[in-house]
Design a protein around this ligand. Structure first.
Ligand SMILES: [Mn+2]
Length: 278
């Protein structure tokens, strides 16, 4: 995915430091609707489908006082991106969830807008799944993503959520550099032998007091690195879909029902940035 796909597709940050939660922060869903329903159930949410094929509706209830937060990358690679969007859009609309965009979501929106994008990294599957969807749904999906904040800052400043992470000094800012980091993390601008962008392990250098919860890089299991935790456990690759409960700091995971996309790069944090100061 090239960074040229990042323009003005999302809003600035959402300063919700006055909101203490509690929250259930959910990693990259990537079209895995069955696992999302299962995870939401484990967390105490109720997902209720109604309507006919072609006019499906969903409503979601939350456990008392709790809200979900999606770290982005709702689409691509998995079998049911439209249903994932239906669930998350219903939750954001009724106040039971917040969400931030991922790099896949931004690229998908550009495809929805008819712009020229490479049909790679699972976007081809999402496009095929949208063939049967009405224009009204496409319009609603685009509007949904356009309204999302680039990152969330929560709970008295103790918690931040961004798709690929955020560095301490970036909190409160909304520059192009910050927005690019939130979507893509620390990259070198080059691609590796798998054709994927080279990433660096920014979290290893993190020294901030704000806990940062992010996704983007599939890891075998969520674990704290300094004051950060990655909750992308590669569900679409046959791994798990995971949530971090905040402030409890408990991880809840469900196992993928299948391998929807064969991973080309092994799970795990990327290498340190050359010259990283630890
Ligand atoms: Mn992802």
């Amino acid at each position: 995915m090239t960074e040229s796909t990042f323009p003005d597709s999302t809003r600035g940050p959402a300063d919700r430091r006055d909101d203490p939660g509690p929250f259930d922060i959910i990693g990259d869903v990537h079209g895995c609707a069955a696992e999302l329903e299962q995870l939401l159930g484990r967390l105490g949410y109720g997902v209720h489908w109604s309507g006919e094929p072609g006019a499906v509706r969903v409503s979601v209830t939350a456990p008392a006082g709790r809200r979900a937060i999606f770290v982005g990358d709702l689409v691509d690679r998995g079998p049911r991106s439209p249903d994932v969007l239906r669930i998350v859009m219903a939750m954001v609309a009724n106040g039971t969830a917040f969400a931030v965009p991922g790099n896949h979501d931004v690229k998908f929106v550009r495809w929805l807008e008819g712009k020229t994008v490479a049909m790679t990294h699972g976007l081809d599957r999402t496009a095929a799944q949208f063939e049967g969807e009405p224009k009204s749904f496409r319009v609603a999906v685009r509007a949904f993503f356009k309204e999302l904040p680039i990152y969330l800052w929560l709970d008295g400043g103790r918690l931040a959520v961004a798709h690929a992470g955020i560095k301490g000094g970036m909190l409160g800012q909304n520059t192009g550099e910050v927005r690019r980091f939130c979507l893509y993390g620390e990259t070198s601008g080059e691609t590796d032998k798998f054709g994927l962008p080279i990433r660096y392990h920014w979290a290893a250098e993190y020294r901030g007091e704000t806990s940062v919860v992010y996704g983007h890089t599939p890891v075998p299991a969520p674990g704290w690195v300094n004051n950060t935790i990655c909750v992308d456990t590669g569900c679409c690759f046959g791994g798990k879909l995971s949530a971090l409960r905040w402030p409890e700091r408990e991880v809840v995971s469900v196992t993928a029902e299948g391998v929807y996309t064969v991973p080309v790069r092994p799970f795990g944090h990327p290498p340190l940035r050359p010259g990283a100061m630890l």
